[in-house]
Design a protein around this ligand. Structure first.
Ligand code: PBG
Length: 335
């Protein structure tokens, strides 16, 4: 048989299995890589001392008091994790209609950020900007006559973001989905001289039932009145998500996020392709719960599904993944 151009590129000369034959070759030809460097560990905080409280539906996730969060940060840093995303559990008595605790410079988040920065200065700290952990109705913004009001909410979010940056957070991550908040927060940070604080925008954030376990974790379960469909996106929409990203970049976001993660990998891919900006995905609480539950029944191999799910975010185009599997995955990756 003679080799000619036309048949060169087809079977039997081309055999894609050739590259898959051995481990060294599969590794060499891998198009995406996953390491602890790509992980942002999501951590739930709770006030107190020596607190390590299991979270319902999230086996392996614990609410940590500031002292325990410091230990967790050190452990993460030693494993090569670059950043933590912190979320506060808030007791009912600290929740108010306007979420005033968000503006307390000595609140749980700010105290913990300071403690971590003192002890583990090299780890990046990311903070949600939104009112839902602090409101008694569980919404991310102010409610007037049953409506979540945009502009008055943005004013509070600006103050919240400045306080968080002053407390030591390197990255503020608005997760509230109010219109115009990225630009407003950027201006507020500039006005305070906080020119190096990064904004990671939850740009493509859907009104998703995959957040269920998170709401329990932060004490918002049963608190939330109604749903978040007037500000978070309809899961049916994709083009709208690209408009959200375009606006947030124009307003001064340093990076953008797609959330939830796994059911929305098409959006990760499209955002990365269209905008070429740092793009993150959030493997949210419901995804963690699904994987954990399936692993607990023996239906899935926990270690394998954790690593596969995280790698798929990388393949889709994510620069990094926020995940509750943080240290567990990092330990697996580090062998
Ligand atoms: C709040 C916020 C939510 C999550 C992160 N920040 C929930 C929501 O918007 O209702 C979800 C995280 C998760 O499910 O792991 N703005």
């Amino acid at each position: 048989m003679t080799l000619q151009g036309s048949i060169h590129g087809s079977y039997p000369y081309t055999r894609l299995r050739r590259l898959r034959r051995s481990e060294w070759s599969r590794n060499l030809y891998a198009e995406s890589r996953l390491s602890a460097n790509d992980l942002i560990w999501a951590i739930i905080l709770k006030d107190g001392d020596h607190v390590e409280e299991p979270v319902e539906h999230l086996p392996g996730v614990f609410r940590l008091s500031p002292d325990k969060a410091v230990l967790a940060a050190r452990r993460a840093s030693n494993l090569g994790i670059n950043a933590l995303a912190l979320f506060p559990f808030t007791e009912t008595n600290l929740r108010t209609p306007n979420g005033d605790e968000a503006l307390n410079p000595d609140n749980l988040m700010c105290r913990t950020a300071k403690a971590i920065k003192d002890a583990v200065p090299d780890i990046g700290l990311i903070c949600d900007v939104a009112l839902d952990p602090y409101t008694d109705h569980g919404h991310d913004g102010l409610v007037e006559n049953g409506l979540i009001v945009n502009d008055p909410t943005v004013e509070i979010l600006c103050r919240q973001a400045v306080l968080q940056a002053l407390a030591g957070f390197d990255v503020v991550a608005p997760s509230d989905m109010m219109d115009g908040r990225i630009g407003a927060i950027r201006c507020a940070l500039e006005a305070e001289g906080l020119v190096d604080t990064q904004i990671m925008s939850y740009a493509v954030k859907y009104a998703s039932c995959f957040y269920g376990p998170y709401r329990g974790a932060i004490g918002s379960e049963g608190v939330l009145t109604g749903d978040k469909k007037t500000y978070q996106m309809n899961p049916a929409n994709a083009a709208e998500g690209l408009r959200e990203v375009a606006l947030d970049i124009a307003e001064g976001a340093d990076s953008v996020m797609v959330k939830p993660g796994m059911p929305y990998l098409d959006m990760v891919s499209r955002v990365k392709e269209q905008f070429s900006v740092p793009t993150f995905a959030f493997q949210v609480s419901g995804e963690y719960a699904m994987i954990s539950a399936a692993a607990a029944t023996g239906a899935l191999n926990r270690e394998q599904v954790i690593l596969e799910s995280l790698m798929c975010f990388r393949r889709a185009g994510a620069d990094g993944v926020i995940t509750y599997f943080g240290v567990e995955a990092a330990e697996l990756l580090n062998g």
